[in-house]
Design a protein around this ligand. Structure first.
Ligand SMILES: [Zn+2]
Ligand SMILES: [Zn+2]
Length: 343
């Protein structure tokens, strides 16, 4: 099969590689669409240590069942599917509690790090455990279904925070996941929603996604702007969707006393925590990682148009153009949000 291989840090090639062979309990899938994730772009130069070459990346995918491995039931060739980016073991203490994103033996597709290597979906075919498959409705396009993984991360974060009906919300960082957090928070029935991002195109998109107000952090104290929009109190629920020092401080300062700050972004390994402010203002800090059982709800919301990924889809391109698109994303070409490749 054809595959987009990261051969060395920063260097891709389209290669003919052997088809994966589905093991017991696995399903062989013809990949129809696979999105380029920010973590792939950040990982391609070796800076994260989670994309060690040679590796076929790609964990946001959709396709068609082509064959079944031994012992698989309930699926048939031709079924349209998407799958979780995370392979969970189903047997550990966390899996048995339904916390599949916290699985002790968690493997992410298309990742190679110190502990493991698992090829992903920038390829003609992929073999994945049947336990992570989800059926797609006929009307849902593969390139939209490939964005369900990103939707699930946003929906999980909003479920973690569970803002009350009418609660004020601030979203710091309006990239792909931030935009989806805005849409999911709107669906949850929040009240005032403020989005913070330095990029004017992203602020405009945030307004279309459902933000009532948008704030440019480069134009002054963004947290003060959030407080001003909430009678001086700060937002009930704040989402940090960048994962860097400055947006983290903004998120903490934008929360009201007793508010909830949900941390989704994690580019920086560590950031400084203003301990006294967090303690005396009784903030709740929540981490939110991947998703845990939200896939069926996300498929439903996408199919019914409750969540709209179309404004976030910048380009759909053949797999052959993968190296060029990775390059454009790596150089942070303005206006690019999600790029989906079609093998
Ligand atoms: Zn991803
Ligand atoms: Zn497990």
């Amino acid at each position: 099969m054809k595959a987009l291989v990261l051969e060395a840090y920063g260097r891709f090639a389209i290669r003919d590689v052997p088809d994966p062979i589905p093991g017991p309990g696995e399903v062989f899938i013809a990949v129809k669409a696979c999105g380029i994730c920010g973590s792939d772009v950040h990982g391609m130069d070796g800076s994260t240590g989670r994309r060690r070459p040679p590796i076929v990346m790609g964990h946001e995918a959709a396709g068609v069942v082509a064959a079944l491995g031994p012992g698989v039931t309930g699926w048939a060739p031709g079924d349209r599917v998407t799958f979780d980016s995370t392979v969970s073991c189903g047997a550990c203490w966390h899996c048995r509690r339904g916390e599949i994103n916290l699985c002790d033996n968690r493997r992410v597709l298309g990742v190679s790090c110190e502990e493991y290597r698992r090829d992903g979906a920038f390829a003609g075919f992929i073999a994945v455990p049947a336990s992570i498959l989800y059926r797609l409705p006929d009307g849902l396009a593969f390139e939209h279904a490939a964005m369900i993984e990103a939707v699930s991360i946003a929906v999980h974060a909003v479920r973690r925070a569970s803002p009350a009906l009418g609660a004020s919300v601030a979203v710091v960082g309006a990239g792909m996941i931030g935009q989806l957090v805005i849409q999911a928070a709107r669906l949850s029935g929040c009240g005032l929603l403020v989005a913070v991002d330095p990029d004017p195109a992203r602020r405009e998109l945030a307004a279309r996604s459902g933000a009532d107000e948008t704030v440019d952090p480069a134009a002054g104290d963004a947290a003060a702007r959030v407080r001003a929009a909430t009678d001086g109190r700060g937002a009930d629920a704040v989402f940090e969707v960048v994962g860097a020092a400055e947006p983290f401080q903004t998120a903490l300062a934008a929360a009201r006393k007793g508010g909830v700050v949900t941390l989704v972004g994690n580019l920086a390994v560590r950031v400084e925590l203003p301990l006294q402010a967090a303690v005396t203002r009784e903030l709740s800090l929540l981490g939110s990682c991947a998703s845990s059982g939200e896939y069926p709800a996300c498929i439903e919301m996408l199919a019914r148009g409750r969540i709209d990924v179309r404004p976030l889809l910048s380009a759909v391109a053949p797999l052959d153009e993968g190296p060029a698109w990775f390059d454009r994303l790596y150089r942070r070409e303005p206006g690019l949000m999600k790029v989906v490749l079609r093998p």
